[in-house]
Design a protein around this ligand. Structure first.
Ligand SMILES: C[S@@+](CC[C@H](N)C(=O)[O-])C[C@H]1O[C@@H](n2cnc3c(N)ncnc32)[C@H](O)[C@@H]1O
Length: 269
């Protein structure tokens, strides 16, 4: 790290709700930044503008039909340029700034390679809200988490004993910014893939954390066979609860000098 270079970057997350989910350290860094570059919703932007008078919104870089990859490159470039101009930059993204966000990681990588101070602070992600709203502890059954398009295009091995979290079901195989999308044929393919592991009647949950503090989240329980009829939004996440814990591995059990009964007793008292 080269501390002689004046410009610096801290990437922060503003949480999922428009206000109230920011950490104290994030708020304090936002106050003292020379410039805040933001990729948050309009309402969250107003909140940021009350904290710092120099907020530049980068959402205009998203354009209908334009490749998201190109937009991410432009966002990264803008962040990097402001730091190289010698400014104390805070880049604010909604949710956790490192969860399914490309320019945050990329800007830090590029700047660090050139000797600048650049770091990320954690924020509250959609997954954090999901655990709270659905009462599903990822530790109980284990958890697998995927981006929907990648899940379909790669040869993943899904473990149905674990909870499954599938992100971005509203933009399967769509690499552009598309606000007006109505057809979601990828959901049929997703349902067919999941049917290899779960029964057609297995419960699935269509989830949208509330973005307004007092509003209720969208939590729809339905059967897997009905997935193709779901109308997802860009913020929709799909949750598939576990089909139950797997059997014990008796070899490991013996090696650790345990029995199933002893294990349960030690774990739950
Ligand atoms: C580009 S990722 C950004 C995730 C964000 N950085 C976070 O920390 O949650 C967008 C995806 O996150 C999930 N997501 C974003 N907002 C959400 C919300 N309000 N409720 C549920 N899932 C959400 C959806 O799967 C959506 O397609």
């Amino acid at each position: 790290m080269n501390v002689d270079k004046k410009g610096s970057l801290v990437v922060v997350g503003t949480g999922i709700t428009v206000s109230g989910q920011m950490t104290l350290i994030t708020e304090s860094l936002l106050k003292t930044a020379d410039i805040v570059l933001s990729v948050v919703t309009q309402s969250a932007l107003i909140n940021l503008q009350m904290i710092n008078s120099n907020v530049v919104c980068l959402r205009h870089l998203y354009e209908q039909g334009k490749s998201r990859a190109l937009t991410y490159q432009k966002m990264t470039q803008r962040i990097v340029d402001e730091v190289k101009a010698g400014k104390k930059v805070v880049a604010a993204f909604y949710g956790h700034p490192g969860v399914f966000v490309n320019p945050s990681h990329e800007a830090i990588k590029q700047l660090k390679e050139e000797g600048y101070n650049a770091e990320m602070l954690p924020g509250i992600s959609a997954e954090d809200c999901l655990v709270a709203d659905l009462g599903l502890d990822p530790a109980h059954y284990g958890c697998q988490s995927y981006e929907a398009t990648q899940f379909l295009l790669r040869q993943y091995t899904l473990d149905p004993h674990m909870m499954q979290i599938i992100w971005q079901i509203g933009s399967i195989a769509d690499f552009t910014h598309n606000k007006h999308r109505t057809a979601h044929p990828g959901l049929t393919q997703l349902r067919n893939e999941l049917l290899k592991y779960f029964s057609p009647e297995h419960t699935i949950i269509v989830y949208e954390a509330s973005t307004i503090p007092i509003a209720a989240p969208r939590i729809e329980y339905l059967e897997l066979k009905d997935l193709a009829a779901v109308i997802p939004k860009p913020i929709t996440t799909l949750v598939i609860p576990s089909k139950g814990l797997p059997d014990f591995d008796m070899k490991s059990m013996a090696e650790l000098d345990l029995t199933p009964a002893l294990f349960e007793q030690k774990l739950f008292g």
